[in-house]
Design a protein around this ligand. Structure first.
Ligand code: FES
Length: 107
């Protein structure tokens, strides 16, 4: 479902526990929405090292650990924090309103 300005409603308020996460569809690709410390963050579900599914990784504070070879990414910025990843993963703008959690889908 797409709403105005390219924002897609991906969850209702309170649907994703804190801490928690949800894998979401954004256009033609998959992303991961994190709920941590009262805030929401969204990054692509793709490790830039070799395509590992970041949404399946363990979380260490604001870092997500790729389940394939252990690279860490900052879920707030998408920044690659450790080898073997050297390229940041894309982030997506999140907007929270009384109607739910919305993520911008650049189609
Ligand atoms: S695919 Fe993620 S660290 Fe290699």
């Amino acid at each position: 479902m797409r709403s105005r300005d390219g924002l897609v409603r991906v969850a209702g308020l309170g649907e994703i526990p804190d801490p928690g996460r949800r894998t979401i569809e954004l256009g033609d690709h998959i992303a991961v929405l994190f709920h941590v410390g009262g805030e929401y963050y969204c990054i692509d579900d793709v490790c830039t090292h070799d395509g590992g599914p970041l949404g399946h990784g363990s979380r260490d504070g604001f870092a997500i650990v790729c389940p394939r070879h252990g690279a860490k990414f900052d879920i707030r910025t998408g920044k690659a924090l450790t080898m073997p990843a050297t390229v940041d993963t894309p982030t997506h703008e999140v907007e929270v309103t009384e109607d739910g959690v919305f993520v911008r889908c650049e189609a």
